[in-house]
Design a protein around this ligand. Structure first.
Ligand SMILES: [Zn+2]
Length: 247
C-alpha cells in the first residue's frame, strides 16, 4: 500500500515537473504556435491569425511612440508581443491569470515575452473573450502597458518582486495612456469615488495607481529610479499626496 502511494506521488511529481518544464519552454519560445509576425524594428508583433498590414504597422508605430515618451528607456534591441486570438491559445498562455487582457512574462533582467488576449488590428482595439475594449484602453495602450512591465523588469531585475503594486501597475498605465492628462485634471475627474468598472472604462485599468504615479513623477519631481525603488504602500503614498493638497 505504502509502496503504491509512494510510486503514485513520485509519478505525479515527475509529471507535474514535466508539465511545468514544457510550459516554461513555451513561454521562452512561443514562436512555433504563432504563424504570423510583423515588424523588423524595436517591436515585433506575432499572432495566430493573419495580421492586416496597415493596422499592424499602425500598432507598432503607436506602441513604439508611447514607449519613446516613457521616462524609462527601452534598452533591449527588440521586444516581442504575441496575440492569442484562438480560445485554447488564450487559455494556455494566460494560465497564471485567466481574466487578464494582457500578460507580461517579465523574466527579470533578461526581458521576456508579452501576450495580448486578442486583437482587432484594423480598429486598434483589444478583443478579450468577445469583449471589445474602448479608448483609452486601446490596443496600443495595452501593448505599451505590457512592454513597460518587461522594460521595468529588465531595469530592476529581481527587485521587481518588491516594487509596490501601485507602482508596478500604475507606471505602465502612465506610459500607455495615449492622452495623458495633468495630475490636477485626473485627480478632479476621479474625485473620491472608489474604483469601479465605469471608472476603469473611462480612465484606464488602474486610475488611482496612475494618479499616484503622476503625482510623484510630475509634482514631487521623482526620477523613475526613485519611483521604482520606493517601498511606500498605496495608503502611505496616498497619504503623502493628500497631505500635500491640504497645504
Ligand atoms: Zn499590468
Amino acid at each position: 500500500m505504502l509502496q503504491a502511494i509512494k510510486r503514485t506521488l513520485l509519478w505525479g511529481g515527475a509529471a507535474s515537473a514535466g508539465v511545468a518544464l514544457l510550459f516554461g519552454a513555451l513561454i521562452v519560445w512561443p514562436d512555433p504556435l504563432f504563424a504570423y509576425a510583423l515588424g523588423t524594428g524595436k517591436i515585433v508583433v506575432a499572432s495566430d491569425r493573419p495580421i492586416p498590414s496597415a493596422g499592424g504597422e499602425r500598432l507598432l508605430r503607436d506602441c513604439e511612440r508611447l514607449l519613446e515618451r516613457s521616462p524609462l528607456k527601452a534598452k533591449a534591441r527588440q521586444y516581442r508581443i504575441y496575440v492569442t486570438n484562438e480560445d485554447w491559445r488564450q487559455r494556455l498562455f494566460f494560465l497564471p491569470k485567466p481574466k487578464a487582457w494582457g500578460l507580461a512574462y517579465s523574466l527579470s533582467s533578461f526581458g521576456g515575452p508579452a501576450f495580448l488576449s486578442g486583437a482587432d488590428f484594423e480598429a486598434g482595439r483589444v478583443v478579450h473573450l468577445g469583449y471589445v475594449g474602448t479608448p483609452p484602453r486601446t490596443l496600443a495602450w495595452l501593448c505599451a502597458h505590457e512592454l513597460t512591465h518587461i522594460i521595468v523588469g529588465e531595469h530592476v531585475g529581481l527587485a521587481r518582486f518588491r516594487v509596490p503594486r501601485w507602482v508596478w501597475e500604475g507606471f505602465p498605465d502612465y506610459v500607455g495612456i495615449e492622452n495623458r492628462v495633468s495630475f490636477e485634471e485626473l485627480r478632479d475627474a476621479l474625485g473620491d469615488r472608489p474604483v469601479d468598472i465605469p471608472m476603469m472604462i473611462k480612465h484606464g485599468s488602474y486610475p488611482r495607481y496612475r494618479l499616484l504615479v503622476t503625482y510623484f513623477l510630475e509634482k514631487k519631481g521623482w526620477s523613475v529610479d526613485q519611483l521604482l525603488q520606493t517601498r511606500l504602500t498605496e495608503d502611505e503614498a496616498t497619504e503623502i499626496m493628500r497631505a500635500d493638497a491640504k497645504r
